[in-house]
Design a binder for this molecule. Structure first.
Ligand code: NAP
Length: 228
């Protein structure tokens, strides 16, 4: 069993993954902004409510997780926000917020988690750029930019940490049926999306891959809505 840090654990894919991993006995450290939502999961895992865009937040998360678990074997970075609107209507503030949350916070968290895992000479860093981290979609320029950046930075880290015992895995999901879509103004068929439990089950396979193998990039999309 592993010691696993999950960001974005209060909702959607992160919450579903936390439930599955907890049920099979992995030791978890959970984080998101809302302590209320983390508590509502009903899991006994230690947790920290923090905004990952705040100065020093990523270091505090990694330090707290390491203190609680002894050592972090796997980091699953799920925290992120959506923004689907035409470029012409996207404000400077919205662009900044999506880059700050999806890209800057991902970089800082990856930087600090990888430093900590590298000290133990083993670790797995998983994150979810989604299919919009490798394929364009109209009305999503800011979000796509924030997620392509995540794909790029994680691939660079994979090179920097080659043969160090660290492994990296990117999940390129198409639409996953989670609260992510609750506030997005776009006609979507949520019943055709990937169920959050299916997405979590796939992440579990990456965690369970033999330590000398890596599931480096995984694409799963609804058959009815595939982007290339
Ligand atoms: N759903 C999809 O269709 C889909 C597809 C591909 C990729 N993805 C990506 O998958 C990841 C998880 O998405 P999801 O569908 O599970 O979304 P979700 O249900 O909205 O969950 C997002 C999580 O991120 C946390 N979060 C947001 N901003 C944060 C911040 N500033 N600091 C710390 N935590 C923050 C939220 O918790 P709090 O609100 O408590 O902070 C929540 O736990 C995201 O990165 C998303 O871009 C989603």
């Amino acid at each position: 069993m592993n010691n696993i840090l999950i960001t974005g654990a209060s909702s959607g894919i992160g919450a579903e993954l936390a439930r599955s991993l907890s049920a099979r006995g992995d030791s978890l450290f959970l984080t998101a902004r809302s302590q209320e939502k983390l508590d509502a999961l009903g899991l006994s895992a230690p947790s920290l409510a923090i905004d990952l865009t705040a100065p020093g937040a990523s270091a505090k998360v990694v330090e707290s997780a390491t203190a609680a678990l002894g050592q972090v074997d796997v980091t699953v970075h799920c925290a992120g926000i959506g923004l689907i609107k035409p470029a012409a209507d996207t404000t400077d503030a919205e662009f900044t917020q999506v880059m700050n949350t999806n890209t800057r916070a991902a970089f800082l968290l990856a930087r600090d988690a990888c430093k900590a895992m590298a000290a133990a000479k083993k670790g797995l860093f998983i994150t979810i750029p989604g299919i919009l981290g490798k394929a364009p979609m109209r009305n999503a320029a800011a979000y796509v930019a924030s997620k392509y950046a995540v794909t790029g930075l994680v691939k660079c880290l994979a090179q920097e940490y080659q043969r160090s015992g660290l492994r990296f895995c990117l999940f390129h999901f198409g639409g996953v049926d989670t609260p992510f879509w609750d506030n997005i103004q776009m006609a979507v068929q949520r019943d055709k999306m990937i169920p959050a439990a299916t997405a979590a089950a796939l992440i579990l396979q990456a965690i369970d891959a033999p330590p000398h193998l890596v599931l480096s990039e995984v694409v799963m999309q609804p058959d009815s809505h595939q982007l290339v």
